[in-house]
Design a protein around this ligand. Sequence first.
Ligand SMILES: Cc1ncc(COP(=O)(O)O)c(C=O)c1O
Length: 478
Amino acid sequence: MSQGLNSVSDTLRGSARFIAAKNELLSAIHAASSSICGVKQGSGGKEGAEAFQLAIQEFSKDRGRDLYFPFLGSGLGAGPWVELLDGSVKFDMITGIGIHFFGHSHPALLAELVDGLPGDVMQGNLEPGVEMKQLLRALLSRVGAGSRLAHGWLMCSGTMVNEVALKIVRQKKFPATKVLAFKDCFAGRSTAMQEITDNPGYRQGQPTYGEVFYLSFYDPKIGLQASVDRTLREMKEHLTRFPGQFALLMTELVQGEGGFVFAPREFYVRVFDEAKKAGLALWMDEVQSFGRTGELFAYQKFGLNEYVDVVTVGKMLQACALLYTAEYNPKPGLVAGTFSGSTAAIRTARRVLELLDEGHFLGEGGQIEKLSGEFVRQLEDLKSHACQGMIGEIRAIGGMIGFEPFHGKMEEVKAVLMRLFDLGVVAFYCGHGPYFIRMLPPLGAMDRAHITQVCQLIRQALTDVNHQLKNESSQEKV
Ligand SMILES: Cc1ncc(COP(=O)(O)O)c(C=O)c1O
Protein backbone atom coordinates (compact mmCIF):
# COMPACT_ATOMS: atom_id res chain seq x y z
CA MET A 1 0.00 0.00 0.00
CA SER A 2 2.60 2.61 1.03
CA GLN A 3 5.25 1.74 -1.54
CA GLY A 4 8.88 2.28 -0.56
CA LEU A 5 7.96 3.26 2.99
CA ASN A 6 8.84 -0.15 4.36
CA SER A 7 6.65 -0.35 7.48
CA VAL A 8 6.20 -3.50 9.52
CA SER A 9 2.48 -2.97 9.05
CA ASP A 10 2.72 -3.32 5.28
CA THR A 11 5.10 -6.26 5.58
CA LEU A 12 2.58 -7.97 7.84
CA ARG A 13 -0.31 -7.48 5.42
CA GLY A 14 1.81 -8.73 2.53
CA SER A 15 3.09 -11.77 4.40
CA ALA A 16 2.12 -15.28 3.29
CA ARG A 17 0.81 -16.06 6.78
CA PHE A 18 -1.47 -13.02 6.90
CA ILE A 19 -2.74 -13.58 3.37
CA ALA A 20 -3.46 -17.26 4.04
CA ALA A 21 -5.35 -16.44 7.25
CA LYS A 22 -7.26 -13.69 5.47
CA ASN A 23 -8.23 -15.98 2.60
CA GLU A 24 -9.36 -18.64 5.04
CA LEU A 25 -11.49 -16.17 6.96
CA LEU A 26 -13.01 -14.64 3.84
CA SER A 27 -13.78 -18.05 2.43
CA ALA A 28 -15.50 -19.09 5.69
CA ILE A 29 -17.64 -15.93 5.56
CA HIS A 30 -18.37 -16.49 1.88
CA ALA A 31 -19.42 -20.09 2.52
CA ALA A 32 -21.78 -18.99 5.30
CA SER A 33 -23.24 -15.99 3.51
CA SER A 34 -23.81 -17.97 0.30
CA SER A 35 -26.61 -19.80 2.08
CA ILE A 36 -28.38 -16.44 2.37
CA CYS A 37 -29.81 -16.29 -1.10
CA GLY A 38 -33.44 -15.32 -0.90
CA VAL A 39 -36.26 -14.17 1.33
CA LYS A 40 -37.15 -16.65 4.05
CA GLN A 41 -38.95 -16.83 7.36
CA GLY A 42 -37.16 -17.63 10.63
CA SER A 43 -36.49 -21.35 10.91
CA GLY A 44 -36.35 -21.77 14.71
CA GLY A 45 -40.01 -22.70 15.09
CA LYS A 46 -42.16 -21.41 17.94
CA GLU A 47 -39.22 -21.29 20.34
CA GLY A 48 -37.07 -19.32 17.89
CA ALA A 49 -39.87 -16.84 17.23
CA GLU A 50 -40.37 -16.32 20.97
CA ALA A 51 -36.64 -15.82 21.59
CA PHE A 52 -36.53 -13.28 18.76
CA GLN A 53 -39.53 -11.40 20.16
CA LEU A 54 -37.91 -11.38 23.59
CA ALA A 55 -34.67 -9.94 22.17
CA ILE A 56 -36.64 -7.22 20.39
CA GLN A 57 -38.61 -6.46 23.57
CA GLU A 58 -35.46 -6.27 25.69
CA PHE A 59 -33.76 -3.96 23.23
CA SER A 60 -36.86 -1.76 22.95
CA LYS A 61 -37.06 -1.58 26.75
CA ASP A 62 -33.39 -0.61 27.03
CA ARG A 63 -33.82 2.03 24.32
CA GLY A 64 -36.98 3.28 25.96
CA ARG A 65 -38.72 3.14 22.62
CA ASP A 66 -40.06 0.53 20.20
CA LEU A 67 -38.20 -0.21 17.00
CA TYR A 68 -39.95 0.92 13.82
CA PHE A 69 -39.88 -2.68 12.56
CA PRO A 70 -39.12 -5.85 14.52
CA PHE A 71 -35.62 -5.72 12.99
CA LEU A 72 -32.55 -7.00 14.79
CA GLY A 73 -29.78 -7.99 12.40
CA SER A 74 -27.86 -11.22 12.94
CA GLY A 75 -24.61 -9.64 11.72
CA LEU A 76 -24.61 -11.38 8.35
CA GLY A 77 -26.14 -10.84 4.97
CA ALA A 78 -25.39 -11.48 1.33
CA GLY A 79 -25.77 -8.95 -1.47
CA PRO A 80 -29.26 -7.42 -1.31
CA TRP A 81 -30.35 -9.79 1.48
CA VAL A 82 -29.99 -9.19 5.18
CA GLU A 83 -30.36 -11.85 7.85
CA LEU A 84 -32.22 -11.11 11.07
CA LEU A 85 -31.41 -12.62 14.44
CA ASP A 86 -34.16 -15.25 14.04
CA GLY A 87 -32.58 -16.50 10.81
CA SER A 88 -35.22 -14.85 8.62
CA VAL A 89 -33.92 -13.13 5.48
CA LYS A 90 -35.24 -9.96 3.86
CA PHE A 91 -34.51 -7.86 0.81
CA ASP A 92 -32.80 -4.79 2.24
CA MET A 93 -34.11 -1.89 0.18
CA ILE A 94 -33.26 0.82 2.70
CA THR A 95 -29.81 -0.39 3.81
CA GLY A 96 -29.82 1.30 7.21
CA ILE A 97 -31.02 4.50 5.47
CA GLY A 98 -28.37 4.39 2.83
CA ILE A 99 -25.32 2.74 4.35
CA HIS A 100 -24.85 -0.47 2.37
CA PHE A 101 -24.83 0.51 -1.30
CA PHE A 102 -22.71 -2.57 -2.09
CA GLY A 103 -25.06 -4.83 -0.18
CA HIS A 104 -24.09 -7.15 2.64
CA SER A 105 -20.87 -9.18 2.97
CA HIS A 106 -19.30 -7.68 -0.15
CA PRO A 107 -16.01 -9.61 -0.55
CA ALA A 108 -13.91 -6.54 -1.43
CA LEU A 109 -15.23 -4.60 1.56
CA LEU A 110 -14.76 -7.56 3.90
CA ALA A 111 -11.16 -7.81 2.67
CA GLU A 112 -10.65 -4.18 3.74
CA LEU A 113 -12.07 -4.96 7.17
CA VAL A 114 -9.57 -7.77 7.57
CA ASP A 115 -6.69 -5.59 6.36
CA GLY A 116 -7.81 -3.04 8.95
CA LEU A 117 -7.56 -5.59 11.77
CA PRO A 118 -3.91 -5.38 12.79
CA GLY A 119 -3.97 -1.72 13.73
CA ASP A 120 -5.85 0.26 16.34
CA VAL A 121 -9.60 0.16 16.22
CA MET A 122 -10.22 3.90 15.95
CA GLN A 123 -8.16 6.81 14.72
CA GLY A 124 -8.47 10.57 14.86
CA ASN A 125 -7.21 14.04 14.43
CA LEU A 126 -3.94 14.08 16.42
CA GLU A 127 -2.52 10.74 15.27
CA PRO A 128 -4.10 10.00 11.92
CA GLY A 129 -3.29 6.76 10.13
CA VAL A 130 -2.26 6.46 6.52
CA GLU A 131 -5.84 5.41 5.76
CA MET A 132 -7.09 8.93 6.54
CA LYS A 133 -4.55 10.43 4.18
CA GLN A 134 -5.54 8.00 1.42
CA LEU A 135 -9.27 8.55 1.82
CA LEU A 136 -9.01 12.32 1.81
CA ARG A 137 -6.81 12.23 -1.31
CA ALA A 138 -9.24 9.81 -2.98
CA LEU A 139 -12.14 12.19 -2.33
CA LEU A 140 -10.29 15.35 -3.36
CA SER A 141 -9.05 13.73 -6.56
CA ARG A 142 -12.66 13.09 -7.59
CA VAL A 143 -14.23 16.53 -7.11
CA GLY A 144 -14.45 17.07 -10.87
CA ALA A 145 -13.35 19.66 -13.41
CA GLY A 146 -14.01 23.25 -12.41
CA SER A 147 -14.48 22.42 -8.73
CA ARG A 148 -12.58 24.64 -6.30
CA LEU A 149 -12.75 22.14 -3.41
CA ALA A 150 -9.21 21.84 -2.11
CA HIS A 151 -9.25 20.57 1.49
CA GLY A 152 -11.28 18.24 3.63
CA TRP A 153 -11.91 16.79 7.05
CA LEU A 154 -13.14 13.38 8.17
CA MET A 155 -15.58 12.81 11.01
CA CYS A 156 -17.86 10.08 12.28
CA SER A 157 -21.33 11.29 11.36
CA GLY A 158 -23.22 13.30 8.80
CA THR A 159 -24.44 15.58 11.54
CA MET A 160 -20.88 16.32 12.67
CA VAL A 161 -19.56 17.13 9.20
CA ASN A 162 -22.56 19.40 8.78
CA GLU A 163 -21.76 21.12 12.08
CA VAL A 164 -18.23 21.72 10.87
CA ALA A 165 -19.48 22.99 7.50
CA LEU A 166 -21.60 25.55 9.32
CA LYS A 167 -18.75 26.53 11.63
CA ILE A 168 -16.13 27.07 8.94
CA VAL A 169 -18.48 29.20 6.88
CA ARG A 170 -19.51 31.25 9.89
CA GLN A 171 -15.88 31.82 10.83
CA LYS A 172 -15.11 33.10 7.36
CA LYS A 173 -18.24 35.24 7.12
CA PHE A 174 -18.17 36.63 10.66
CA PRO A 175 -20.11 38.63 11.85
CA ALA A 176 -22.71 37.20 9.42
CA THR A 177 -24.10 34.00 10.96
CA LYS A 178 -27.61 33.44 9.60
CA VAL A 179 -28.52 30.54 7.36
CA LEU A 180 -30.79 30.24 4.35
CA ALA A 181 -32.07 26.75 3.64
CA PHE A 182 -34.81 25.21 1.54
CA LYS A 183 -38.14 24.17 2.98
CA ASP A 184 -38.40 20.46 3.84
CA CYS A 185 -34.63 20.02 4.11
CA PHE A 186 -32.90 17.68 6.55
CA ALA A 187 -29.45 18.32 8.03
CA GLY A 188 -29.27 16.15 11.15
CA ARG A 189 -30.40 16.47 14.75
CA SER A 190 -27.71 18.31 16.71
CA THR A 191 -28.70 21.63 18.27
CA ALA A 192 -27.62 23.58 15.20
CA MET A 193 -28.71 21.01 12.61
CA GLN A 194 -32.17 20.52 14.10
CA GLU A 195 -32.72 24.23 13.61
CA ILE A 196 -31.76 23.92 9.93
CA THR A 197 -33.82 20.73 9.49
CA ASP A 198 -37.27 21.91 8.45
CA ASN A 199 -39.28 19.68 10.71
CA PRO A 200 -40.59 21.07 14.02
CA GLY A 201 -41.45 17.50 15.08
CA TYR A 202 -37.73 16.78 15.35
CA ARG A 203 -36.99 19.61 17.77
CA GLN A 204 -39.75 19.45 20.33
CA GLY A 205 -38.67 21.05 23.60
CA GLN A 206 -35.51 22.40 21.98
CA PRO A 207 -34.59 26.05 21.69
CA THR A 208 -34.12 27.66 18.29
CA TYR A 209 -31.92 30.69 17.88
CA GLY A 210 -33.63 32.56 15.05
CA GLU A 211 -30.69 31.81 12.77
CA VAL A 212 -32.40 29.86 9.98
CA PHE A 213 -34.76 31.16 7.30
CA TYR A 214 -36.39 29.08 4.62
CA LEU A 215 -36.80 29.46 0.90
CA SER A 216 -39.39 27.67 -1.21
CA PHE A 217 -37.91 24.89 -3.28
CA TYR A 218 -38.59 24.16 -6.94
CA ASP A 219 -42.18 23.12 -7.54
CA PRO A 220 -42.89 21.31 -10.82
CA LYS A 221 -46.57 22.26 -10.49
CA ILE A 222 -45.79 25.94 -10.97
CA GLY A 223 -42.82 25.41 -13.32
CA LEU A 224 -39.29 26.74 -13.52
CA GLN A 225 -39.83 30.46 -14.01
CA ALA A 226 -42.43 30.83 -11.25
CA SER A 227 -40.33 28.68 -8.89
CA VAL A 228 -37.20 30.77 -9.50
CA ASP A 229 -39.14 34.05 -9.14
CA ARG A 230 -40.69 32.91 -5.87
CA THR A 231 -37.41 31.69 -4.37
CA LEU A 232 -35.50 34.83 -5.39
CA ARG A 233 -38.27 37.06 -4.02
CA GLU A 234 -38.10 35.26 -0.67
CA MET A 235 -34.30 35.41 -0.65
CA LYS A 236 -34.39 39.14 -1.29
CA GLU A 237 -36.92 39.66 1.51
CA HIS A 238 -34.72 37.83 4.03
CA LEU A 239 -31.53 39.57 2.91
CA THR A 240 -33.23 42.97 3.06
CA ARG A 241 -34.69 42.35 6.50
CA PHE A 242 -31.32 41.34 7.99
CA PRO A 243 -28.68 43.13 5.92
CA GLY A 244 -25.16 41.73 6.22
CA GLN A 245 -26.33 38.97 8.57
CA PHE A 246 -26.62 35.96 6.24
CA ALA A 247 -23.56 33.74 5.87
CA LEU A 248 -24.73 30.93 3.61
CA LEU A 249 -27.28 28.99 1.66
CA MET A 250 -27.49 25.29 2.50
CA THR A 251 -28.90 23.03 -0.23
CA GLU A 252 -29.69 19.35 -0.42
CA LEU A 253 -29.63 19.09 -4.21
CA VAL A 254 -31.75 15.98 -3.84
CA GLN A 255 -33.82 16.20 -0.68
CA GLY A 256 -33.69 12.78 0.94
CA GLU A 257 -35.91 12.79 3.98
CA GLY A 258 -37.95 15.56 2.27
CA GLY A 259 -39.20 13.08 -0.35
CA PHE A 260 -36.55 12.64 -3.11
CA VAL A 261 -37.33 16.08 -4.46
CA PHE A 262 -34.90 17.85 -6.78
CA ALA A 263 -34.90 20.75 -9.21
CA PRO A 264 -33.71 21.14 -12.79
CA ARG A 265 -30.16 22.54 -13.16
CA GLU A 266 -31.48 25.94 -14.30
CA PHE A 267 -33.26 26.47 -10.99
CA TYR A 268 -30.06 25.92 -9.04
CA VAL A 269 -27.99 28.06 -11.40
CA ARG A 270 -30.32 31.04 -11.12
CA VAL A 271 -30.72 30.81 -7.36
CA PHE A 272 -27.02 30.16 -6.75
CA ASP A 273 -25.96 33.05 -9.01
CA GLU A 274 -28.06 35.43 -6.91
CA ALA A 275 -26.82 33.90 -3.67
CA LYS A 276 -23.21 34.37 -4.80
CA LYS A 277 -23.91 37.97 -5.74
CA ALA A 278 -25.24 38.48 -2.21
CA GLY A 279 -21.97 37.08 -0.82
CA LEU A 280 -23.45 33.84 0.55
CA ALA A 281 -21.38 30.69 0.78
CA LEU A 282 -22.91 27.68 -0.98
CA TRP A 283 -22.92 24.51 1.08
CA MET A 284 -24.31 21.30 -0.43
CA ASP A 285 -25.46 18.65 2.03
CA GLU A 286 -24.91 15.42 0.09
CA VAL A 287 -24.84 13.14 3.11
CA GLN A 288 -27.67 11.03 1.66
CA SER A 289 -27.26 11.60 -2.07
CA PHE A 290 -23.47 11.12 -2.32
CA GLY A 291 -22.57 8.33 -4.75
CA ARG A 292 -26.16 7.60 -5.53
CA THR A 293 -27.41 10.03 -8.17
CA GLY A 294 -25.35 8.47 -10.96
CA GLU A 295 -22.38 10.78 -10.33
CA LEU A 296 -20.15 10.66 -7.29
CA PHE A 297 -21.18 14.09 -6.05
CA ALA A 298 -24.74 15.24 -6.70
CA TYR A 299 -23.38 18.65 -7.74
CA GLN A 300 -21.66 16.85 -10.64
CA LYS A 301 -24.97 15.34 -11.68
CA PHE A 302 -26.39 18.86 -11.99
CA GLY A 303 -23.23 20.35 -13.52
CA LEU A 304 -22.68 22.75 -10.61
CA ASN A 305 -19.01 22.00 -9.88
CA GLU A 306 -17.81 25.60 -9.82
CA TYR A 307 -20.54 26.80 -7.46
CA VAL A 308 -19.74 24.64 -4.46
CA ASP A 309 -17.85 26.17 -1.51
CA VAL A 310 -18.47 23.32 0.91
CA VAL A 311 -19.88 19.82 0.44
CA THR A 312 -20.69 17.24 3.10
CA VAL A 313 -20.89 13.51 2.39
CA GLY A 314 -21.53 10.34 4.38
CA LYS A 315 -23.69 7.23 4.57
CA MET A 316 -22.69 4.93 1.67
CA LEU A 317 -19.09 6.12 1.96
CA GLN A 318 -18.80 4.33 5.36
CA ALA A 319 -17.15 7.50 6.66
CA CYS A 320 -18.24 11.13 6.71
CA ALA A 321 -16.33 14.04 5.23
CA LEU A 322 -16.59 17.67 4.38
CA LEU A 323 -14.64 19.19 1.54
CA TYR A 324 -14.12 22.93 1.16
CA THR A 325 -12.32 25.51 -0.92
CA ALA A 326 -9.05 27.11 0.24
CA GLU A 327 -11.03 30.23 1.12
CA TYR A 328 -12.95 28.35 3.84
CA ASN A 329 -9.97 26.60 5.40
CA PRO A 330 -10.63 27.33 9.09
CA LYS A 331 -8.24 28.79 11.61
CA PRO A 332 -6.54 26.24 13.91
CA GLY A 333 -8.65 25.33 16.90
CA LEU A 334 -12.05 25.49 15.25
CA VAL A 335 -12.15 21.87 14.13
CA ALA A 336 -10.77 18.74 15.76
CA GLY A 337 -12.35 15.62 17.24
CA THR A 338 -11.03 12.51 18.95
CA PHE A 339 -12.58 10.07 16.49
CA SER A 340 -12.38 10.37 12.71
CA GLY A 341 -13.63 6.83 12.28
CA SER A 342 -12.55 3.25 12.70
CA THR A 343 -9.46 2.19 10.77
CA ALA A 344 -11.46 -0.53 9.01
CA ALA A 345 -14.27 1.89 8.09
CA ILE A 346 -11.88 4.48 6.69
CA ARG A 347 -10.12 1.82 4.59
CA THR A 348 -13.51 0.59 3.44
CA ALA A 349 -14.53 4.11 2.41
CA ARG A 350 -11.55 4.36 0.08
CA ARG A 351 -12.50 0.96 -1.37
CA VAL A 352 -16.10 2.09 -1.92
CA LEU A 353 -14.81 4.88 -4.16
CA GLU A 354 -12.66 2.41 -6.10
CA LEU A 355 -15.54 -0.06 -6.48
CA LEU A 356 -17.79 2.65 -7.91
CA ASP A 357 -15.14 3.26 -10.60
CA GLU A 358 -14.22 -0.37 -11.19
CA GLY A 359 -17.85 -1.49 -11.57
CA HIS A 360 -18.73 1.42 -13.93
CA PHE A 361 -21.47 2.56 -11.61
CA LEU A 362 -21.16 6.26 -12.39
CA GLY A 363 -21.72 8.40 -15.44
CA GLU A 364 -24.04 8.20 -18.40
CA GLY A 365 -24.89 4.59 -19.19
CA GLY A 366 -23.37 3.54 -15.85
CA GLN A 367 -24.76 0.75 -13.69
CA ILE A 368 -26.65 3.14 -11.40
CA GLU A 369 -28.45 4.71 -14.34
CA LYS A 370 -29.26 1.30 -15.84
CA LEU A 371 -30.52 -0.33 -12.63
CA SER A 372 -32.44 2.77 -11.58
CA GLY A 373 -34.10 2.88 -15.01
CA GLU A 374 -35.08 -0.77 -14.67
CA PHE A 375 -36.54 -0.21 -11.18
CA VAL A 376 -38.59 2.74 -12.40
CA ARG A 377 -39.75 0.85 -15.49
CA GLN A 378 -41.01 -2.03 -13.34
CA LEU A 379 -42.72 0.34 -10.88
CA GLU A 380 -44.37 2.20 -13.80
CA ASP A 381 -45.53 -1.16 -15.10
CA LEU A 382 -47.13 -2.00 -11.73
CA LYS A 383 -48.73 1.44 -11.65
CA SER A 384 -50.39 1.02 -15.03
CA HIS A 385 -51.29 -2.67 -14.77
CA ALA A 386 -51.33 -4.87 -11.66
CA CYS A 387 -51.47 -2.00 -9.15
CA GLN A 388 -53.68 0.49 -10.96
CA GLY A 389 -54.94 3.15 -8.56
CA MET A 390 -52.50 2.01 -5.86
CA ILE A 391 -49.42 3.97 -6.92
CA GLY A 392 -49.42 7.74 -7.36
CA GLU A 393 -46.22 9.55 -8.21
CA ILE A 394 -42.94 7.69 -8.74
CA ARG A 395 -39.82 9.68 -7.94
CA ALA A 396 -36.32 8.54 -8.72
CA ILE A 397 -32.85 9.82 -9.30
CA GLY A 398 -30.24 7.08 -9.54
CA GLY A 399 -30.32 4.95 -6.42
CA MET A 400 -32.88 7.12 -4.64
CA ILE A 401 -36.18 5.53 -5.63
CA GLY A 402 -39.57 6.29 -4.13
CA PHE A 403 -43.24 5.90 -4.87
CA GLU A 404 -46.43 7.24 -3.39
CA PRO A 405 -48.72 4.41 -2.29
CA PHE A 406 -52.44 5.14 -2.54
CA HIS A 407 -52.93 8.80 -1.54
CA GLY A 408 -49.61 9.15 0.27
CA LYS A 409 -51.27 9.31 3.71
CA MET A 410 -49.01 8.23 6.56
CA GLU A 411 -51.40 5.43 7.71
CA GLU A 412 -51.40 3.99 4.18
CA VAL A 413 -47.64 4.27 3.83
CA LYS A 414 -47.08 2.60 7.18
CA ALA A 415 -49.52 -0.19 6.34
CA VAL A 416 -47.64 -0.87 3.10
CA LEU A 417 -44.25 -0.75 4.85
CA MET A 418 -45.38 -3.22 7.52
CA ARG A 419 -46.89 -5.58 4.94
CA LEU A 420 -43.72 -5.34 2.86
CA PHE A 421 -41.67 -6.17 5.94
CA ASP A 422 -43.78 -9.27 6.63
CA LEU A 423 -43.41 -10.33 3.00
CA GLY A 424 -39.64 -9.84 3.14
CA VAL A 425 -38.75 -6.32 1.98
CA VAL A 426 -37.36 -3.63 4.28
CA ALA A 427 -38.06 -0.10 3.04
CA PHE A 428 -38.84 3.20 4.76
CA TYR A 429 -40.73 6.44 4.14
CA CYS A 430 -39.88 9.99 3.16
CA GLY A 431 -41.68 13.23 2.32
CA HIS A 432 -43.70 15.60 4.45
CA GLY A 433 -47.11 14.75 3.02
CA PRO A 434 -47.83 13.23 0.68
CA TYR A 435 -45.53 10.56 2.06
CA PHE A 436 -43.58 8.21 -0.15
CA ILE A 437 -42.10 4.74 0.23
CA ARG A 438 -38.36 5.43 0.29
CA MET A 439 -35.81 2.99 -1.11
CA LEU A 440 -32.04 3.42 -1.04
CA PRO A 441 -31.37 -0.01 -2.53
CA PRO A 442 -28.00 -1.75 -2.59
CA LEU A 443 -27.63 -1.24 -6.34
CA GLY A 444 -23.99 -2.24 -6.02
CA ALA A 445 -25.18 -5.78 -5.31
CA MET A 446 -28.33 -6.02 -7.43
CA ASP A 447 -29.29 -7.19 -10.87
CA ARG A 448 -32.47 -7.12 -12.91
CA ALA A 449 -33.76 -10.37 -11.40
CA HIS A 450 -33.51 -8.93 -7.87
CA ILE A 451 -35.46 -5.85 -8.97
CA THR A 452 -38.17 -8.07 -10.43
CA GLN A 453 -38.41 -10.07 -7.20
CA VAL A 454 -38.68 -6.89 -5.11
CA CYS A 455 -41.33 -5.45 -7.43
CA GLN A 456 -43.34 -8.67 -7.17
CA LEU A 457 -43.33 -8.31 -3.39
CA ILE A 458 -44.31 -4.64 -3.71
CA ARG A 459 -47.19 -5.72 -5.91
CA GLN A 460 -48.28 -8.27 -3.32
CA ALA A 461 -48.03 -5.76 -0.46
CA LEU A 462 -50.02 -3.10 -2.31
CA THR A 463 -52.69 -5.61 -3.30
CA ASP A 464 -53.02 -6.87 0.29
CA VAL A 465 -53.25 -3.36 1.75
CA ASN A 466 -55.74 -2.40 -0.95
CA HIS A 467 -58.00 -5.27 0.19
CA GLN A 468 -57.56 -4.23 3.79
CA LEU A 469 -58.45 -0.60 3.02
CA LYS A 470 -61.51 -1.69 1.02
CA ASN A 471 -62.65 -3.97 3.87
CA GLU A 472 -62.23 -1.17 6.38
CA SER A 473 -64.20 1.29 4.27
CA SER A 474 -67.05 -1.20 3.67
CA GLN A 475 -67.19 -1.96 7.41
CA GLU A 476 -67.42 1.78 8.11
CA LYS A 477 -70.36 2.04 5.71
CA VAL A 478 -72.12 -0.83 7.52
C1 LIG B 1 -29.14 15.08 4.01
C2 LIG B 1 -28.68 14.59 5.33
N1 LIG B 1 -27.89 15.35 6.07
C3 LIG B 1 -27.44 14.94 7.29
C4 LIG B 1 -27.80 13.73 7.81
C5 LIG B 1 -27.32 13.31 9.17
O1 LIG B 1 -26.38 12.29 9.03
P1 LIG B 1 -26.08 11.31 10.26
O2 LIG B 1 -27.33 10.56 10.53
O3 LIG B 1 -24.94 10.46 9.76
O4 LIG B 1 -25.66 12.17 11.40
C6 LIG B 1 -28.63 12.89 7.06
C7 LIG B 1 -29.07 11.59 7.62
O5 LIG B 1 -30.05 11.03 7.23
C8 LIG B 1 -29.09 13.33 5.78
O6 LIG B 1 -29.91 12.59 5.05
